[in-house]
Ligand binder design. Structure first.
Ligand SMILES: Nc1ncnc2c1ncn2[C@@H]1O[C@H](COP(=O)(O)OP(=O)(O)O)[C@@H](O)[C@H]1O
Ligand SMILES: Cc1cn([C@H]2C[C@H](O)[C@@H](COP(=O)(O)O)O2)c(=O)[nH]c1=O
Length: 180
């Protein structure tokens, strides 16, 4: 019988180095399938970290038919792997991959800009063999930041963006966005 693979989850706010860790983990393996969510059309077919590292990745809206050929699967932006942007249950798909022996590494936001957990990430953290919690530096004071703040309310919970829309913030400097 094949041994169960390991599920490792990197979480934290934006700018915390989740993508950097994910890319580094993938580069340590020989037989890797890197996946990025179809919802995130930034950076073409690559996982990209703000530290400059990058890795070729397959954009997916459903679990790839050939994923069974790989011993290590990495997925970034776990919060985006949900309906209607993903067809199926990503948590179950990952658990099935782990059952057949694949190691799976996932990066994603544990909470949204309102500090409310992303349900899919909570489920993955509950199932994980290891959860690595990262922090960024607060945009205001430079202290460790566990939260992401949004500059203005757009009414969209899932919205790709960078520093024009989001900042890492510590407890003292986090606030809800202005607007309706
Ligand atoms: N506020 C910040 N705190 C920490 N790192 C930051 C910040 N803003 C930019 N960076 C840069 O971002 C890099 C991490 O980026 P990235 O891997 O894309 O993070 P994540 O995937 O968690 O958003 C850091 O190595 C650093 O160079
Ligand atoms: C807080 C928050 C973020 N997003 C989006 C913004 C970015 O496109 C990604 C996070 O990217 P990173 O690699 O972690 O920097 O998620 C969102 O859709 N909703 C949110 O609440």
């Amino acid at each position: 019988m094949t041994a169960r693979g390991r599920l490792v989850v990197y979480v934290g706010p934006m700018f915390a180095g989740k993508s950097a860790h994910l890319i580094a983990a993938a580069k340590r393996e020989a037989d890797v399938l890197a996946l990025k969510p179809g919802f995130d059309t930034r950076d073409g077919s690559e996982l990209v970290s703000r530290d400059g590292s990058h890795l070729a990745a397959v954009s997916a809206n459903a679990w790839p038919a050939d994923a069974g050929r790989y011993n290590h699967i990495v997925l970034d932006e776990g919060q985006f792997w949900v309906s209607p942007h993903y067809s199926g249950d990503i948590v179950q798909d990952i658990l099935n991959a782990r059952l057949r022996g694949a190691s799976v590494t996932v990066g994603g936001l544990d909470t949204d800009y309102r500090r409310i957990p992303f349900d899919v990430m909570t489920r993955l953290m509950d199932e994980a063999d290891e959860v690595i919690v990262l922090t960024a530096r607060c945009h205001i004071c430079g202290k460790p930041a566990a939260w992401t703040a949004k500059s203005h309310e757009t009414g969209q919970l899932l919205e790709t963006g960078d520093q024009e829309l989001y900042e890492a913030r510590c407890d003292a400097h986090w606030s809800l966005p202005d607007g309706p």
